[in-house]
Design a binder for this molecule. Structure first.
Ligand code: IVH
Length: 660
């Protein structure tokens, strides 16, 4: 047995050395093949002698078993964030404030580090072994992603330092790996908008085997309670991390005074696009820890550090043409067809041009060199043309006056710049109308995902809303079509469609997709008119008299019920038994949740739409898609989501308990 243990130790030491050389030093000394063979030998031995398997073995990186939900993790010390600066002057102000706090005018020594665009991570080592890894969450409670973190090869599973210690840093994807991941996702809508989202999505997987495949990396930069380990400066922390084989970002510099810092920021700014790793700014920290307490903290961030954020990347490329598409509401979208260009880690060939007025106001012509940037979303925006590069043959753009799909005349609504196709049976609107009708906020047809609807659409099974109610007659046809829809799934779908017949009137009004009618207005209308027929009959004067209903909304309602196709649809919905009357409910009016505004994030033991339905029926609760200051409560089970972060920021009450 001793001999086997020795052999195992030898294999482990070799693999650890090679991982360090490859993933941290970027300097491999053996081929991938040799690494794989050695790893396989280790796994074979460990399988034969499971009693000798240790948690820090390199074989454990391959990924353990999948859990059903990420567990919560309470941080030992709060994980803080950083305040932002956007200009050299804001950096000088930061420096002045620090000098004031310290009470000295001498140059401050700063540690200047690249700001890695990933997600922060806390690693805990006990007796030299990695025992846990957790995301930041709200700073106090994060998610336990230990099994996933163990798959990241640049994170040592075992270190020489034997005292208990926490190490923090940033988990990220190199630009190349980010591109690889996005290239493998076929569905445009499912692609990650930026490397940070992709890193977060890759790490917060329930199955560590998926994380393992994503090739995440970690750069470390912080040790909480540093002084306890005799570390007196940030530069000591960096040296300590390197010595203990942690991966540290390249290019960290010590600067004397703020002007030197500004030069280093300029240097990062000019090379940021050429780096292999994604950065969105530079982090500046007072190097000497003795000064930190004197400078102090706010509740969210230390005052001794700041993040300088880069302005968005702007690139130029040729505008080859302009395409128009029709959205669900009939709005015409203008899309720029571009010569493919690399921007923030992805190849861009399309960008939004908003509407015809925008194109005219900016004098954007076909053939122009245009400037584009990403504003957080996956689809970039066109800023405008570079007039200096305008070719002689650049052609002014003539926007369409008829719908590119059905040919109907496009119309503008008072005060709006956008054009609309007002033909409700325009085929371009068709699928999107159905998607909207089935949506959680509308008829809430569970199981009817966009993907499934697309399949039904492409196979001529569902071509309009009413077809949904005849799905039950098409079981054999659907199952025979090899659409990956199984028996059980189909039955669930039919059940959901049947349940939707009992949806309340406001859900139906919203689901019809009348322009300008959101879920809230639909509720107001349902309560006022009590039946769909009454709403259909309502004249303009009666509608505008309602609080919250303006002229545009009223006009839109009147127009909708003038269209014969719409009237026919309503008739057919009634025939199949869809409820068109207000169902009066007895709400729990004494509840603190009565008629309050909610947003929900995360996954729960029952589907979110069921929670929403129950809460609506019990408390007349109103649900919204995004958090803003008017929201009363966030129901949360995902402490990494942007909704959760926003709610925290705005001080919105967070419910983590089952109140439904
Ligand atoms: S220090 C108390 N250093 O940026 C200080 N953060 O916008 C904690 N980040 O939450 C952070 N690179 O996730 C620090 N070199 C670096 C960083 C860095 C990236 C992230 C980190 C932090 C966020 C703040």
């Amino acid at each position: 047995m001793d001999q086997i243990k020795q052999r195992l130790d030898k294999l482990k030491t070799l693999l650890r050395k090679w991982e360090y050389e490859y993933y941290v030093l970027n300097n491999p000394t053996v081929s991938d093949e040799e690494y794989d063979i050695t790893l396989r030998q280790l796994i074979e031995l460990e399988t034969k002698y499971p009693e000798l398997l240790t948690a820090d073995s390199p074989s454990q990186r391959v990924g353990g078993t999948a859990s059903t939900k990420l567990k919560k993790y309470q941080h030992k010390t709060k994980m803080m964030s950083l305040a932002n600066a956007f200009s050299a002057d804001e950096m000088r102000k930061f420096d002045n404030d620090i000098k004031k706090a310290i009470g000295s005018n001498a140059d401050i020594i700063y540690c200047v580090e690249p700001k890695i665009d990933g997600l922060s991570m806390s690693l805990i080592y006990q007796d030299g072994k990695l025992v846990s890894g957790a995301t930041r969450g709200d700073g106090l409670i994060g998610e336990d992603v230990t099994a996933n973190v163990k798959t990241i090869k640049s994170i040592p599973l075992q270190i020489d330092f034997q005292d208990d210690i926490e190490v923090r840093g940033e988990i990220f994807l190199t630009k190349k790996n980010f591109e690889k991941i996005n290239a493998a996702i076929e569905d445009e809508e499912k692609k990650f908008a930026n490397p940070r989202n992709a890193a977060s999505g890759s790490l917060r997987q329930l199955d560590p085997k998926i994380t393992a495949k994503r090739n995440l990396t970690m750069y470390c930069y912080q040790i909480p309670n540093e002084k306890q380990y005799g570390l007196l400066k940030q530069s000591d922390v960096i040296d300590f991390l390197k010595k203990n084989k942690f991966n540290v970002a390249p290019g960290i510099e010590i600067c004397n005074g703020i002007e030197e810092v500004i030069k280093v920021i300029e240097s990062w700014t000019s090379k940021r696009n050429d780096l292999e790793f994604p950065i969105d700014g530079v982090v500046i920290k007072v190097n000497n820890f003795a000064d930190h307490n004197r400078i102090g903290y706010t509740s969210k961030f230390p005052k001794w550090a700041i993040a300088y954020k880069f302005p968005p990347n702007v690139v130029e490329t040729k505008l080859e043409g302009i395409t128009t598409t029709v959205g669900r509401t009939g709005r015409i979208n203008y899309v720029a067809n571009l010569t493919p260009v690399l921007l923030d880690g992805s190849t861009i060939s399309a960008a939004t041009l908003h509407n015809a007025e925008y194109i005219a106001a900016k004098d954007i012509r076909i053939g122009d060199t245009v400037r584009i940037f990403k504003a957080g979303e996956i689809i970039p925006k066109v800023i405008g043309p570079n007039i200096d590069k305008r070719p002689k043959d650049a052609k002014a753009y003539v926007p369409p006056t008829t719908c590119p799909i059905c040919g109907s005349k496009l119309e503008k609504v008072d005060g709006e710049v956008d054009q609309y196709c007002v033909n409700i049976v325009c085929p371009a609107r068709g699928l999107l109308n159905i998607v909207h009708f089935a949506d959680r906020d509308a008829m809430n047809i569970d199981g009817l995902s966009n993907k499934i609807l697309e399949k039904f659409w492409d196979n001529n099974i569902v071509k309009n809303i009413i077809d949904l109610y005849y799905l039950k007659d098409k079981k054999q046809e659907i199952l025979s079509l090899d659409l990956h829809i199984k028996d059980k799934m189909f039955d669930h779908l039919v059940k959901s469609v049947e349940t939707s017949k009992q949806a309340n009137l406001d859900k139906l009004i919203y689901g019809l997709g009348i322009r300008h009618i959101g879920a809230i207005t639909a509720k107001v209308l349902a309560e006022r008119f009590k039946t769909l027929d009454e709403l259909a009959k309502a004249p303009m004067e009666e509608l505008v008299a309602i609080k919250d209903v303006g002229e545009t909304v009223a006009q839109s309602i009147v127009d909708f019920f003038k269209v014969e196709n719409n009237i026919n649809l309503i008739k057919k919905l009634k025939e199949v038994g869809v409820n068109t009357k207000l169902i009066e409910r007895k709400y729990d009016t004494s509840s603190p949740y009565y008629q309050k505004k909610f947003v929900i994030t995360g996954s729960f033991e029952i589907p979110r739409n069921e929670i929403i339905k129950i809460m609506e029926e019990k408390f007349d609760a109103k649900f919204f898609g995004s958090v803003n200051k008017d929201i009363d409560y966030l129901i949360a089970n995902d402490f990494e989501s942007s909704k959760y972060k926003k709610a925290k920021e705005l001080g919105i009450k967070i419910i983590t308990e089952k109140i439904w």
